[in-house]
Design a protein around this ligand. Structure first.
Ligand code: FES
Ligand SMILES: [Fe+2]
Length: 351
């Protein structure tokens, strides 16, 4: 079961152009395109006539023409022409979804359109702010989105999955502070005088111990923001003075494709050495690190499918991921409950 009333990342903005673009989200095949004035449109990828996938059709101006018998749809999803007759049958349309472009990502609302409020899209300003330099990418993952959330939220894996880049023994041992922050969950690891993650030590040119931090915020169901960085010991960074520190902000969106596959969109950004190509190259190399996560999640998925009913045990460091799962579970339950209530109200009263 997926949360439907939420904004999901559907695509990078550069993926959607004047060619029809097919992508499945929450198990629903969609077709996306841009109108002549640049607006992004997303429809169910299904013609309402005889079910041909609309992504196999073509764009003519702002109208999508089905590749089977030529029914044409305007950007609202309404059928506006049937080549074999002069009248359009009443109710001929496909479902169009609310779509918003923000911070280089295309966000889609798969639930009740009345509840789609743009103001609730997270502000990921570091993607496209001039004060930040961002690199980003996309991974298709043959694994459940919750497993991608797990591996990204649970930092204790990094010592083992990313020993030469993100990992450090101190990160494994640190007891994070986990707290609710409105609808989101926040997890803070402040690591004074600790072994820094090797990648950050290399970028900062620091040998030996450093003051480091790793703070994430999880916005259910699928968005994670990281605030990470490094400073020389005692520079005040952990007390809030970042003027002598190097700071990075990362974002992850784990959009479910199906019940067992995920679209992973990521960004790694920094607010220092903006023009330094060598640093940009080092940041872009996080792609390899995220692929290590993907490889582990895909291996986990294969194991789960081989041992479908095998129980697992929890350890103390699972606390943040368990809290995150509970938030999603509550959202799913709330939607299911609201659905049951709507259906009960819709039932005619018996006299
Ligand atoms: S199935 Fe699309 S026009 Fe017939
Ligand atoms: Fe990882």
């Amino acid at each position: 079961m997926f949360v439907r009333n939420a904004w999901y990342v559907a695509a990078w903005n550069h993926e959607i152009g004047r060619a029809l673009f097919a992508r499945t989200i929450l198990g629903t095949p969609l077709v996306m395109f841009r109108t002549g004035n640049g607006a992004v449109v997303a429809f169910d990828d299904r013609c309402c006539h005889r079910n041909a996938p609309l992504s196999a059709g073509r764009l003519d101006g702002d109208e999508l023409e089905c590749g089977y018998h030529g029914l044409r749809y305007d950007p609202t999803g309404a059928c506006v022409a049937v080549p074999s007759q002069s009248l359009v049958p009443p109710g001929a349309r496909v479902r169009a979804y609310p779509v918003v472009e923000r911070n280089d990502w295309v966000w889609i609302w798969m639930g009740d359109p009345v509840r789609a409020d743009e103001a609730t899209i997270p502000d990921l300003f570091w993607h496209d702010s001039r004060a930040w330099k961002a690199v980003g990418g996309y991974n298709h993952v043959k694994g459940h989105y919750q497993a991608m959330l797990d591996i990204t939220l649970d930092q204790t894996h990094s010592r083992f999955v990313h020993p030469n880049s993100f990992g450090s023994d101190d990160k494994v041992r640190a007891k994070p502070k986990v707290m609710r922050d409105g609808a989101s969950l926040r997890c803070e690891r402040l690591l004074p005088a600790s072994d820094p993650p090797p990648l950050w030590a290399r970028i900062a040119g620091i040998e030996g111990k450093a003051d480091c931090w790793n703070i994430w915020r999880y916005l259910p169901p699928t968005i994670i923001q990281f605030d990470i960085g490094i400073a020389r010991i005692g520079s005040g960074a952990l007390e809030g003075d970042r003027s002598h520190a190097l700071t990075g902000h990362n974002s992850h969106a784990m959009t479910p494709e199906t019940a067992r596959t995920t679209h992973h969109f990521w960004v790694a950004a920094r607010n220092f050495a903006l023009e330094d190509e060598a640093v940009t190259k080092q940041f872009a190399a996080v792609r390899t690190i995220f692929l290590e996560d993907v490889a582990m999640v895909e291996a986990v998925q294969r194991t789960i499918e081989a041992f479908p009913d095998a129980p697992t045990i929890d350890v103390g460091s699972d606390n943040p991921t368990i809290q995150a799962r509970n938030l999603v579970h509550r959202l799913v339950e709330a939607e299911a409950g609201a659905g049951r209530l709507r259906r009960a109200r819709a039932r005619p009263a018996r006299s």
